[in-house]
Each structure stands twice: as C-alpha cells, then as structure tokens.
Design a protein around this ligand. Structure first.
Ligand code: GLC
Length: 500
C-alpha cells in the first residue's frame, strides 16, 4: 500500500499544488513500483487549516485537486491496473466552516445544535474543563454569540462531532455509502481514538450523556466495518496507540472492527536489532487468530524515516518493511529516500510543524523536481539531484531499485506474502533474523543494525542457503547459515533449502 499525500505528489495545472490529474499521470509509476493499493489523504473541499483534515463537504472534491469527473477517472485508471483506492474519512471533526457547524452555531435551538459538543462555561467562568487540544491550548473555544463553548480535540477550526447523536451517525454513514457506491475500495478512518476521549479530566457528571464509552466506540467501529464489508472494502483505523493491548482492540473482539488498525510501533522507537525484534515478536504474538498485520515506517505526521533514524538505515528499513508479515505501507517518497526539507519561516504552512515531511515528490533533478512548472506550495529539497525517481530508476544499485526488487520478490513468493513469521536467534546482538515460510518454501531475513561487519551463525540452522537479495544489491550467492557475513547495515534475504 502507498500512502499518498495529494498536495505534493504531482501538479498538472501549474498552481504549485498537486492534483488528482497528477495522480492519474503517475499511476503507471505506482503500477511499475508494484503498488496494490493507494491510500490518498483527504482531497475533499476543506478550509485548509489542517490541510484536508478540516472538511467542509465530505461528498465532493476540492476544486484545487480537480472535479468528481477527475476522481472517477482516477478510480477507473487505478482499477484498470488492479490498484485499489482508499480514501481518508475524517469522522472525529468537521471544519468550522462546514454547513453543519455553521447551522449548529447559529443558535441554541438549531436542529443541528447537538451535532457538535457545546457546553456552558463553568459557574465561576472559563472553559468547561481543563482538557487540552492535541495541537496545544484549551480544547474548548468560546462562541460569544450563544455564550457557550464548543469542543475541538484538534485546532479550533476543527469542532468535534457528537457521535452520541444518531443523526450524526446516520449522516456520516451516508458519506461512506456515497463513496463506496462510486467504487472506492475502503477507507482510512482518521483519529478514531478520539471519538471517546472528549471529556478526560472533567467532572463528567454534568454531561454524562455526551461521553462515549469505549464499548460505544467499538460499536461505531463495528457499524463502519459492516458498511465497508457490504461492498467488499477494507477499513484502516488510525489510533496512534503505543500500548499494544489498546491497539489490538481496534481489530474488534471478533475481528469485527478494523481490518487494519494502523501500526505505529516502528515509527518512534529505539532503532536497534533487539528492540525491533521485540516489537515485531510482540505484535505477532498479540495478533488475534486470523488478524492481518500492517507495518509502516513513516507518515504525514512525523519526520521522514532517515531523519528519525539515520540514512544508513534506509535500506534496512526497506527490507524489514517489505519482508514482514502484513501489509507494508510506504509513505510517498520513502522509496527514493526523501528527507525532511528545511522550511523557511515565511513558507510555513502547517502550524503544527509537519511541512518538512510533506514536501513535493522528487521526480527528477530539475528546479521544481518535475513536480510542478511553478514554485511549489512547499519548497523542494535541495538534495533533488541525487534523490529523485529518474536518477534512481537508472541506477541498479539505488534505494529505489531495492524497493522495486523487494516488492517484486514479495509478490512472487507466497512465503513472503502470506507465510508464517518466526524470529530466530543469531550469534550477534546487532542482528535481527526471522524466517517467513509456507508449504516448505522458507526465507530467512537477516538484518545487521550495526556499522561493523558481522560474522554470524543463525541458531539451530546449519543448512545452506541462497542469498537472493542484499540491501546493497551486489550479491546473489550460495551461503552457509552457520557462517554468514553481513557488511555494515546490510540486510540479506536468503532462500533456504526446503529441508534446512
Ligand atoms: C490524523 C492525521 C493528521 C491530522 C489529524 C486530525 O492524525 O494524520 O494529519 O492533523 O488526524 O484530523
């Protein structure tokens, strides 16, 4: 799966902002890379306070990105190439300019008043609770026209919907049907954790009816899942949970919530062999029977992978991501090693500081990296001479070539796609090794997380193997698993003898 940020993928109408036509033009790029599904972050009409996550109309296309006709063409072109299209659904909040909120705000007697979360000031004055917005400051905004506060977990321009109100549920469910009927293949449900977190730290006795319990939240997840399932689609859920036992609940007690609760465990951690092994083993052990994993190294909300962990780990990260069990999700540009871009103060867009990881895709080494014919909405990284698709596509040893090879190998071997996962010990603490296997087909993945060459023995394995791929893309050879050598930060994918 490819996590695509439409603002920065490809601009075809010369306004410096990416558009849907641009995704159509680059759909063959995604096909050649081996992508099976694209999750596109919001391109619905929006006030752009949170770059698409403040929606003003859930059932239309923002004119800056194109029209409904362009979107349907994109869907058609993607499906023609066997690529699924997954939309981003933002249920926790709308824009403060959404007609629902404008109506709700119009007066205490508005029929949509209860669609959002309004509360009186405390008797002694001030916000109803101490609850802080994730973006800083109080989560309550005073509306002087009616003398009440409304709740916003994110920016004040993103008022939270009241999911206790059945009309909200109905209206939002209709949005899902609207897109599914048009043929989309599923949704990534945004910030779903916060549906039930609205009154933390508050004396809820005054508003007990408004607080969603976890059980009620699960019920909403199940309802969405049923809708998505009825069209044969997929449901991804964003919880940003760092606690395994909480994250696992997003699958649902009977695997009836999200198919893929997004997995953030590799994103902010200690990038060391023993720790990564621990994470993968724990996630694998926690997965309920029949549940399908997913893995990602980055996304629109955090620094690029190499800025978090170091460039030396780019190739190792790629091999890990693409050989684990579960759907790998590639953040656009990761396949060429895009880095955070320094944003001059006067070009800042996102108030929360997430511009550096959202800059234009680097297609070639031209001034605007082939993304646009004009100065793009965010600056292009000046590493574009080296870090660009065209240059790396011509170089058989590039990171991009590694991504392509890994995806191809994954797609052509059932063991890598669906096989079991089992980690194995090695004689070096700097290495993480695991086996993926199905029906006698077995692959060993060995990753050297250190800057030194490691000569290792894989525990309990004396057999011979065949190195199919090294992250350095320069060896394909037979090897002895009791004496394997790995260069600094090298990873190897080894095909094992079936009886080994
Ligand atoms: C998600 C998005 C993030 C957005 C937030 C509020 O976490 O990934 O970009 O700001 O939700 O919608």
């Amino acid at each position: 799966m490819y996590h695509l940020y439409p603002y920065s993928f490809m601009d075809t109408n010369g306004d410096g902002i990416g558009d849907l036509e641009g995704i159509i033009q680059k759909i063959d790029y995604l096909k050649d890379l081996g992508i099976g599904a694209v999750w596109i972050t919001p391109f619905f009409p929006s006030a752009w306070e949170d770059y698409g996550y403040d929606v003003t109309d859930y059932c239309d296309i923002d004119p800056r990105f194109g029209t409904m006709e362009t979107f349907l063409r994109l869907l058609f072109e993607a499906h023609r190439r066997n690529i699924k299209i997954i939309l981003d659904f933002v249920p926790n909040h709308t824009s403060n300019l959404h007609p629902w909120f404008l109506e709700s705000k119009s007066g205490r007697l508005s029929p949509k008043r209860d669609w959002y979360i309004w509360a009186d000031p405390r008797p002694c004055g001030g916000a109803p609770s101490e609850h802080q917005s994730v973006f800083g400051g109080s989560a309550w905004e005073f509306d002087s026209s009616c003398g009440q506060y409304y709740f916003h977990y994110f920016y004040k321009e993103q008022p939270d919907l009241n999911w206790r109100n059945p009309e909200v549920r109905r209206a939002m469910n209709e949005v899902l049907h609207f897109w599914l009927k048009r043929g989309v293949d599923g949704f990534r449900f945004d910030a779903v954790k916060h549906l039930s977190e609205k009154f933390l730290g508050y004396d809820s006795s005054s508003f007990p009816a408004r607080v969603l319990t976890e059980a009620e939240r699960q019920d909403i997840f199940r309802e969405w899942r049923k809708i998505v399932d009825s069209y044969g689609g997929v449901a991804l859920g964003e919880g940003w949970e760092t606690d395994l036992s909480k994250w696992i609940k997003y699958y649902g007690d009977n695997l009836d919530a999200f198919h893929l609760p997004l997995n953030f465990f590799l994103m902010k951690t200690d990038w060391q062999a023993s720790n990564i092994r621990k994470i993968v083993d724990e996630v694998e052990a926690a997965l309920p029977r029949g549940a399908w994993a997913n893995w990602a190294l980055g996304n629109i909300d955090i620094s690029r992978f190499s800025d978090r962990y170091g460039r030396e780990f780019e190739r190792l990260g790629a091999m890990l991501l693409l050989t684990l069990r579960g759907t790998p999700i590639i953040y656009y540009g990761e396949e060429i090693g895009m880095r955070d871009t320094l944003i001059p103060k006067d070009r800042t867009r996102d108030r929360w500081g997430r511009d550096p990881e959202r800059t234009p895709m680097q297609w070639n080494d031209s001034r605007y990296a082939g993304f646009s014919s004009v100065e793009p909405w965010l600056p292009v990284h000046d590493n574009r001479k080296r870090v660009n698709v065209r240059a790396q596509d011509c170089d058989p040893t590039s990171l991009f070539s590694l991504y392509k090879k890994l995806i191809l190998l994954r797609k052509s071997h059932a063991a890598l796609q669906k096989g079991d996962y089992r980690s194995v010990g090695t004689s070096s603490e700097s290495c993480f090794a695991y086996i993926r296997g199905v029906f006698g087909q077995r692959f060993l993945v060995v990753l050297n997380f250190s800057g030194e060459t490691q000569y290792i023995k894989i525990e309990d394995l004396d057999s011979e193997g065949l190195i199919l791929l090294s992250t350095l893309l320069d060896r394909e050879e037979a090897c002895d698993l009791s004496r394997l050598s790995l260069r600094p930060y090298e990873g190897c994918l080894v095909e094992m003898a079936s009886d080994g």
